[in-house]
Write a protein that binds this ligand. Structure first.
Ligand SMILES: [Zn+2]
Length: 596
């Protein structure tokens, strides 16, 4: 899996879409051509590609005119300011199941979701369960390795955007380092000897040894060591990457929560002395807390142990949930939180059978041990790596060579993505199953819900909840059932017209549920279970004199006076096109990353 930078990524997707659509269009054009020879008035087959294109567009127009009057001109929009777009847009018109869509419409039928068979292995082993596997959003053919399907990738890309933005705010630069790292670097940091079997080790054809990197302290420190005459004026330097990492977990668990290949954001900071390194540590910690706040996750910053990474001290960012494998205490006196292992180990060292105590205020008044999942980790490394690998800078006056003061900071990106959906969906599910009066109470204790209890509940109607800022799609549009009176009465054209306006005005991709052979009820349930915030249904009122859509505001951003249960049972609100645009204008911002 290659994570390209933002620009490349979007280009890559566009290119892929173009190719896919072009191929499909070619196939369809060919089938139209063979069935519709009467379109060629001169009776000749086109010979050159240029001619072909000319004829194809005329076929398109004839075809459309034949099927339905092109009242709303979708697919033939006029781009005054960018003529190239116009050409591209025309070339990418696609005909699917006899209907014409714009090339950048995202059709449900092309998201690949329901033609993939459900992963039956998760039924046999509860520890391999995950909501994403349940929903067919990820696939696994080797334990701990996952393919991510379109919905998850869209959400992942939004999460990466969010993290990139936060990193940019503190002045960090994005780099990319290789996944395979030579043994010689790991020998110099002494991690080759210190690390056990959790490291994947590989040999090349010359029997040189490498590892699949779980983190990149050695490589990034070597990059700094390779700088000539690094000056104090260039510090601090913050470098980060977002890339696949590898760990040979003994027990993989819960899908992306404990995988052997995972996507991590790792930041490495280089400061001139301990004081500035500590300031950096505070800066990054508060930035991490901000990221978790944006993702609606009540993550607790917890004192952790430094483990094999080494350094002076470290913090873990823990989410309280039974899905995690860590445990934590919180001091009831000073409210500092600790990884339970750290406090229990100290007890063992002192050979005393006493209650664990707070390392901050020495109080024995701690909460009981609680299960938690580690989503982020920070280390103040001091000169543990820079000294060994010769990453130095020249001091201000003396020209003395001084080792850089390092920090390293990880965020488990793919784990955060899965954990946030597990956590928020679980919380939402509890608010649905409880009485409306006690829903507030139960949602606060939702972290004690385990995967198995989730799994026991009626899995077909499990409603996913994503953090608002990383939903894969904000809007889903459900087209009329094929050959219904709404379909024949221009309901489909009117819907596509609205989709175009929304996209042009708000710049949002819309998920268009084009599976018009299915009933509206079935497709509405799908959109609800996927966790789409705004669902627009072209129902029976779409052919009124003033056409109206049924609008479902599933995240309650328009009206938080009703609870989740009422929300699920409610009929959609009937809204005209203008009312929908007003509604989105006000409420879409809850789902958009603030760009300032
Ligand atoms: Zn304390």
């Amino acid at each position: 899996m290659t994570i390209l930078n933002k620009l490349n990524r979007s280009n890559f997707i566009r290119l892929q879409d173009l190719l896919k659509i072009e191929q499909r269009s070619k196939y369809l054009f060919n089938s139209i051509e063979s069935n519709n020879n009467h379109w060629y008035q001169d009776g000749k087959k086109p010979i050159s590609t240029a001619n072909q294109h000319h004829h194809h567009s005329s076929i398109l127009n004839h075809h459309m005119n034949d099927k339905k009057p092109d009242d709303y001109s979708y697919g033939k929009r006029d781009y005054h300011h960018n003529n190239n777009n116009h050409v591209v847009d025309q070339q990418c018109q696609q005909i699917i199941r006899g209907r014409l869509y714009r090339w950048n419409d995202v059709l449900f039928s092309s998201t690949f979701n329901e033609i993939v068979r459900l992963d039956s292995s998760i039924i046999d082993d509860i520890t391999q369960y995950s909501l994403f596997r349940e929903k067919n959003f990820i696939k696994s053919f080797d334990k701990g390795f996952f393919s991510l399907m379109p919905f998850v990738v869209r959400s992942l890309e939004r999460l990466i955007d969010l993290v990139d933005q936060q990193m940019f705010k503190i002045g960090a630069q994005k780099i990319q380092m290789p996944s395979i790292v030579g043994k010689h670097l790991w020998l110099r940091s002494e991690r080759w000897q210190l690390s056990g079997q959790e490291i994947f080790r590989v040999n090349d054809r010359h029997q040189s040894e490498y590892c699949l990197a779980p983190t990149h302290e050695e490589v990034v420190t070597q990059i700094l060591a390779s700088c000539n005459q690094l000056s104090h004026r260039q510090l601090p330097i913050y470098l980060y990457q977002i890339s696949p990492k590898y760990r040979d977990e003994l027990r993989t668990k819960f899908g992306l929560l404990r995988a052997r290949e995972f996507i991590m954001k790792d930041l490495y900071t280089f400061d001139k002395d301990e004081d500035t390194a500590k300031q950096t540590y505070q800066l990054v910690s508060s930035m991490y807390e901000n990221i978790f706040r944006l993702l609606e996750l009540p993550v607790i910053k917890t004192v952790g142990s430094v483990g094999t990474i080494g350094g002076k001290h470290s913090h873990e960012f823990l989410l309280e949930t039974n899905l995690g494998e860590d445990e934590m205490y919180t001091c009831l006196n000073c409210s500092e939180s600790f990884n339970a292992e750290l406090l229990d180990d100290i007890n063992d060292d002192q050979q005393q059978q006493q209650q664990p105590y707070c390392l901050n205020c020495k109080s024995h008044h701690l909460t009981t041990k609680r299960r938690a999942l580690e989503l982020g980790h920070s280390f103040l490394l001091s000169d543990r790596y820079s000294k060994r690998m010769g990453a130095i800078y020249l001091a201000e006056h003396s020209n003395k060579q001084i080792p850089l003061q390092m920090g390293c900071y990880g965020l488990g990106i793919s784990r955060i993505l899965a954990a946030s959906v597990e956590y928020l969906s679980c919380k939402y599910q509890q608010s649905l199953s409880s009485d409306s009066e006690s829903s507030a109470q139960s949602s606060s204790s939702s972290q004690s819900q385990s995967a198995s209890t989730l799994y026991d509940s009626a899995s077909n109607s499990l409603f996913l909840r994503w953090p608002k800022l990383i939903v894969p799609f904000k809007i889903c549009l459900i087209l009329p059932k094929r050959d219904s009176k709404e379909d024949h009465g221009k309901g489909t054209e009117f819907s596509m017209h609205l989709a175009n306006i929304i996209r042009d005005r708000f710049g949002e991709d819309i998920l268009i549920d084009d599976r018009s052979n299915l009933t509206i009820g079935k497709r509405l349930l799908t959109a609800k279970t996927i966790g789409i915030p705004f669902i627009l249904v072209a129902g029976r009122n779409i052919i009124d004199v003033r056409p109206k859509f049924e609008v479902f505001d599933m995240y309650n951003v328009g009206d938080d006076s009703i609870d989740a249960k009422q929300q699920q049972q409610q009929q959609g609100r009937l809204m005209t096109q203008a009312e929908i645009l007003d509604h989105l204008n006000i409420h879409l911002k809850h789902f958009q990353l603030n760009k300032d």
